[in-house]
Design a protein around this ligand. Structure first.
Ligand code: G
Ligand code: G
Ligand code: MN
Ligand code: NA
Length: 255
């Protein structure tokens, strides 16, 4: 982590690596292979350093834009390399930090990267949190418009946590709402969460957006979400985040 604070350009030697977690469509279960990209770092002893630690170190040292740019580039390179092996993959979600979205240089760099990959960008979905989006609504709006021009998608991550304002939902034309995992995880023990999730699903549908439930940890919750009409589910009950090779392996085994 000290290294993140000192190095800039080439990040792979630092042990940065991308994990993927499957996102399952409830309307076509088993027929789609979409996923979220999650950053990991392999320590010298082989242990995996979780994303929040990496992100914090990078934000503290002003290197978060370099990290986010590396994640976007590496994801697209991976997709390009393995596209033929992923016929059922329609979208891949990538997380962005607030620091990056408000960094002019990052924006220019990332759109230069996207331009290199042409139509592959149509498979990208950028996950942004409400806090990030609200930090500078104009920057965020411009970013979203440019992503849409290239055919990419936007999901509002951790939706429902923080400062959800309906006005901001109206202001930003996102494609999907990712319901905050805290609501999903305790649906069974907190009936109020069921009502909240139901309302978010209806809100998404009425705004022409998709809904994604994360942190789905058991089958009862999965069944309840299907009943509520959630479009996509993601969580340990389906699969944990795993190295990209394992996604390819699982797919090849299933095919
Ligand atoms: O699995 P998980 O520990 O990876 O993720 C923890 C947090 O780190 C989440 O809030 C997630 O959005 C964030 N995160 C994971 N991967 C990335 C990444 O590549 N870039 C950014 N900016 N955030 C990430
Ligand atoms: O904030 P964001 O939604 O990007 O981060 C997703 C985080 O949720 C990652 O840290 C990921 O590892 C974690 N995660 C994924 N599936 C589950 C799950 O079923 N339960 C819990 N508690 N966390 C999960
Ligand atoms: Mn996310
Ligand atoms: Na989230």
């Amino acid at each position: 982590l000290k290294l993140i604070e000192t190095l800039g350009g080439d990040l792979e030697p630092l042990g940065l690596t991308l994990f993927m977690q499957p996102i399952m469509s409830l309307s076509a279960p088993g027929q789609s292979l979409d996923f979220e990209v999650l950053l990991r770092m392999r320590g010298p002893d082989g242990t995996l350093i979780p994303a929040p630690k990496i992100i914090q170190a990078a934000e503290r040292s002003g290197n978060i834009a370099a990290i986010d740019r590396w994640v976007v580039t590496t994801t697209l390179e991976w997709l390009q390399r393995h596209r033929a092996e992923l016929p059922q993959t329609r979208f891949v979600c990538v997380n962005l930090s607030g620091g990056s979205l408000n960094d002019e240089q990052f924006i220019e760099d990332v759109f230069a990267v996207l331009a290199r990959f042409g139509p592959l960008v149509e498979m990208l979905c950028f996950e942004i949190t409400e806090g990030v989006a609200l930090h500078d609504l104009d920057n965020t709006r411009r970013f979203i418009a440019r992503v849409h021009e290239l055919g990419g998608k936007i999901a509002l991550d951790d939706f429902g946590a923080g400062y959800t304002s309906f006005n901001y939902l109206k202001e930003l034309s996102a494609d999907a709402l990712k319901i905050d995992g805290a609501f999903i995880k305790s649906m069974a023990s907190h009936p109020a969460n069921v009502a909240i999730v139901e309302a978010i699903v209806a809100l998404a549908r009425n705004l022409g957006m998709r809904s994604i439930a994360e942190w789905v940890e058991d089958y009862n919750t999965l069944a309840a979400l299907a009943e509520l009409g959630v479009d996509y589910v993601q969580g340990y009950v389906i699969a944990k985040p795993m190295p990209g090779e394992r996604i390819l392996g699982a797919h090849n085994a299933a095919a």
